[in-house]
Design a protein around this ligand. Structure first.
Ligand SMILES: [Zn+2]
Length: 173
């Protein structure tokens, strides 16, 4: 089975693929997406994109508070609007354990896509929710937050990236 219940770590090449749109929201897909939430909570994440599990489809889940009722999934998301100025905040990623860095993103966004029941939805978000959605949206195009760091910051995390690269080489050997 292509899907695996384990978050891939940098530099796994599967994190760099452009994900494919979901053609039909089948019960199998619904079950897989629902299984992403407990995995995300277990890993103490606030968002998780399918490509992080080696599942090459355009969808992600988010719950920035971790509270029941705040969770949502967005399938085949499109970024419809982006604005509200920019802000900078430190980000991390379950695929880059131990690495953090400041990323500049737009404050307000509108994304359109489908929920788990196949209904078309439009989500207007700002602040942390918008940031998290943009971060997850990036994963669908193989973009990681480290790609958006300043050159100075990129330099300063080189050693940590090297460690992850060595771990990956050992794990896949
Ligand atoms: Zn991430």
């Amino acid at each position: 089975m292509e899907h695996q219940d384990q978050v891939l770590h940098y530099p796994d090449p599967r994190l760099r693929r452009k994900a494919e749109p979901v053609e039909e929201i089948t019960p199998e897909i619904q079950a897989r997406v629902r299984a992403m939430f407990p995995l995300m909570y277990e890993e103490r994440g606030i968002g998780l994109a399918a490509p992080q599990l080696g599942w090459n489809v355009r969808l992600f889940v988010v719950n920035i508070s971790g509270e029941p009722g705040d969770e949502f999934a967005l399938i085949n998301p499109e970024l419809v609007e982006e604005g509200g100025g920019t802000w900078v905040l430190e980000e991390g990623c379950l695929s880059l354990p131990g690495i953090h860095g400041k990323v500049k993103r737009n404050k307000r966004i509108v994304m359109r896509g489908y929920d788990l029941d196949g209904n078309e939805i439009e989500i207007e978000a700002d602040g942390m929710v918008a940031r998290c959605m943009l971060h997850e949206f990036d994963h669908l195009d193989g973009i990681l937050f480290i790609d958006r760091l300043s050159p100075v910051k990129k330099q300063s995390i080189k050693r940590k990236l090297r460690t992850l690269e060595e771990e990956f080489a050992t794990a896949s050997a």
